[in-house]
Design a protein around this ligand. Structure first.
Ligand code: ACM
Ligand code: ZN
Length: 739
């Protein structure tokens, strides 16, 4: 029994199978003793399979080709457990390595096995039929090769839908032959610094990706956004909007004020044409029409939209405003267009507003409520609630040290613990309307392939397990151990992923200061092998000193630290400087003035160092927050936008001599003439440059530099241009109070 438990622990499958019995012993791979059978009459569920391995033989039975494919993925992982001959393993699409054994009967998806496999009996099948992952090439484009990589990896973990978000405000990424300007104009954008971000997939490339996915039993569901999130299309064809005005490039995040105009037939003709090309490329049963976050203000003033509202008798009532009903009307017509091609409509949960189309499937992203309402009304739903762990663009560790994201907090554990079937649907007999779940990796703040991988993995593995494994077999403690093996698989594939960083409880900070003594402690978002550190300036290795208890400092130091996984891989290294210092003297009373002195200089500056030899104008502001109010906020950033830099100087006071930690999303913060925070040219959100200083009780001078610009798509005029301070680790940050 004990031996069986040990063996079972050594077999680390993701997703965990429905049933597994470990027999002990192993089978030496020998093609004469192996059989693979696809038997639709096997009685196994759709996509299901059994693997039966004894010392004498290996037998696989599947109900379909998909089941056989999944059996092979399990065998691949069993072989990885054995660690013998892994490098000889052939995963789909790669070259057969000479001298290995090709499993008979598997053409196209070759799986080569060598070495030994543990003796097991596995009976396995998926919990859900929609096991989705989403990629967003609109905000930041990704290549066909990188797209295939996700298909490769995630199909190996038994996911089977790729939701391809192909159109949005910031880019139109699918070639449409009838409307070439969609990609010529809508496929590229000029960013604040003049750089061009562009890319689209030709129809030939799309066919290639769809075929590649199909070989791996992944269905590609394209998304063509309407009527909101369509600025790229409207830039290419201005006649699509209510005002038909020419629209500037949209190079920031969030939704601009333009929607397509459902008042005019042109929008429907356009979408019908687009869909008729889309259905030629994608055999998927479902086509996603977006439908989310549509700003409807322009419809209120548009004669065509208002005429349509009147003609169709769309009146505001409890189900929604007249404009929401207009969106609902447009979605219904989309449903008709798709039905004419024999396809089904899926849309984001906003399609519930104003009344749901008769046969629509709802993708519930703003929470579970939309999905619950739709399922109770008899519609199929896919659960992908953003705040419950399905949005992989959220932070997965301390925002103070992780790369910038769109915000929120989704650890691996949170992603893992998400349960997609709510009690309410079980109680009402509607659970079967939950087709499955999906994780979304929006790419606003994803500036490279490596960063996309970092956000996706390993959290997508957690979603894969929830999508496949019976709920009662899920176990976080077991998963967090098994996930290490999946991460080693990523290493072998050369794919980046997140390793928890050493974090300081109460907020991480790389610039610490103290007068007599500092204590630094670390934790991680989930257990790691160990935390290591050095104090001599050298880069930590897995052999460096292991962290076991809070570190005490009585002298200045440079502390370098990293996490080490159970298999010896290091996380990125953090460098923390600890400065022992005398309190910075309070300013003499005679020097202190109340109020703020401020000035501005107009121009396009990326960082503080760019503000040179510029004419300054004095401005009058009452609070630091006013620094970002010197020009109006306009999310559309018309070409007439005036960008500027502004500097404010004044005094604030601290109540006691102590160490204070400062934080700000402004470009620079100077205290008593010393540069304390410098956000450089980084995206000015979730500042990662908090810094401490030891201050004497009394008044101190502060100078704040703020630049209105767009770095990494973030429009900094949206910032609260405060300087925040806190005294004790468990204090909350609050704004410094200017004298
Ligand atoms: C969405 O995240 N706007 C669907
Ligand atoms: Zn209109």
């Amino acid at each position: 029994m004990l031996l069986t438990l040990i063996l079972a622990a050594a077999i680390q499958l993701i997703p965990a199978p429905a049933q597994m019995q470990v027999r002990g012993g192993s089978f030496k791979v020998d093609p004469a003793k192996m059989s693979f059978v696809v038997d639709p009459a096997s009685g196994l569920p759709e996509e299901g399979y059994t693997i039966d391995i004894t010392r004498a033989r290996l037998k696989v039975v599947a109900s379909s080709e998909a089941g056989l494919f999944y059996a092979c993925q399990t065998l691949r992982q069993l072989q990885m457990a054995d660690q013998v001959g892994h490098d000889a393993l052939v995963i789909p699409g790669t070259t057969v390595i000479p001298g290995t054994t090709v499993i008979p009967g598997l053409t196209g998806n070759l799986l080569n096995l060598t070495g030994n496999l543990p003796c097991v009996k596995i009976t396995d099948y998926p919990r859900f039929r929609w096991r989705g992952f989403h990629v967003d090439p609109c905000r930041h484009f990704l290549s066909v090769e990188e797209t295939k990589r996700y298909i490769d990896i995630l199909s190996a973990y038994k996911m089977n839908v790729m939701h391809w978000h192909l159109t949005d405000d910031q880019g139109w990424r699918i070639q449409i032959l009838k409307y070439p300007r969609l990609t010529e104009i809508g496929g590229s954008r000029v960013e604040f610094d003049g750089s061009v971000h562009e890319g689209y997939y030709t129809q030939e490339q799309i066919r290639e990706v769809v075929a590649y996915a199909a070989e791996r039993h992944v269905t590609v569901v394209p998304e063509i956004e309407m009527p909101g999130h369509s600025t790229a299309a409207a830039r290419a064809y201005p006649g699509l909007t209510c005002t038909k005005e020419s629209i500037s490039t949209f190079y920031t995040w969030g939704s601009p004020d333009f929607a397509l105009c459902p008042g005019r037939e042109y929008m429907f003709e356009f979408l019908e044409d687009v869909i008729s090309e889309v259905v030629q490329l994608f055999p998927s049963e479902y086509i996603h029409i977006g439908g989310d976050e549509c700003k409807k203000d322009k419809w209120e003033k548009c004669p065509a939209c208002q005429a349509r509202i009147k003609a169709e008798g769309l009146v505001a009532d409890a189900a929604g405003t007249a404009e929401e009903k207009l969106q609902s009307y447009a979605v219904r017509r989309m449903e008709g267009i798709l039905a004419a091609h024999g396809r089904k409509l899926v849309g984001w949960d906003e399609i519930l507003e104003g009344g749901l189309s008769p046969n629509a499937t709802v993708m519930s992203w703003r929470g579970m409520e939309g999905g619950i309402a739709a399922a109770l009304a008899g519609h199929d739903v896919i659960m992908t609630p953003s705040h419950d762990g399905m949005y992989l663009d959220h932070f997965q560790g301390d925002p103070k040290i992780e790369p910038v994201t769109i915000g929120r907090y989704t650890t691996l554990e949170k992603a893992y613990k998400y349960e997609p079937v709510p009690e309410e649907l079980i109680k009402n007999g509607k659970a079967s309307h939950v087709l499955g779940l999906q994780c979304n990796t929006w790419s606003e703040y994803i500036y490279s392939d490596s960063q996309r991988e970092y956000m996706m993995f390993p959290r997508a593995f957690a979603v894969a397990e929830t999508a496949w494994t019976p709920a009662e077999n899920k176990d976080w403690e077991s998963f967090r151990v098994r996930v290490d093996k999946a991460c080693r698989d990523l290493d072998r594939r050369g794919v980046n992923y997140h390793i928890p960083l050493p974090e300081q409880p109460g907020g991480s900070c790389d610039k610490l200061a103290f007068q007599d003594k500092a204590v630094v402690s670390f934790t991680t978002t989930r257990p790691v092998g160990k935390i290591v550190y050095t104090l001599d300036g050298s880069e930590p290795t897995s052999a460096s000193m292991a962290y076991s208890k809070p570190l005490e400092f009585t002298e200045s130091a440079v502390l370098k630290t990293a996490s080490v996984t159970s298999y010896g891989k290091l996380s990125p290294v953090r460098t923390i400087t600890l400065t022992k210092e005398e309190p910075w003297p309070a300013q003499p009373a005679a020097a202190v003035e109340s109020g703020l002195k401020a000035k501005r200089a107009d121009g396009r500056f990326t960082k503080a160092a760019d503000i040179k030899d510029v004419p300054w104008k004095d401005v009058s502001i009452k609070r630091l927050r006013d620094l970002s109010t010197l020009e109006p906020f306009n999310r559309n950033l018309p070409d007439s936008t005036v960008f500027y830099a502004a500097v404010a100087e004044g005094f604030f006071s601290v109540e006691a001599t102590d160490t204070y930690r400062f934080s700000s999303d402004c470009d620079q913060v100077w205290i008593d003439g010393k540069l304390l925070i410098d956000n450089g040219a980084e995206v000015k959100r979730y500042s990662r440059h908090d810094a401490e200083a030891v201050l004497e009780a009394g008044p101190h001078s502060v100078k704040v530099v703020f630049i209105y610009n767009v770095v990494g798509g973030w429009n900094s005029i949206r910032n609260k241009t405060d300087v925040l301070v806190r005294r004790r680790p468990d204090d909350k940050f609050s704004s410094i109070k200017m004298l």
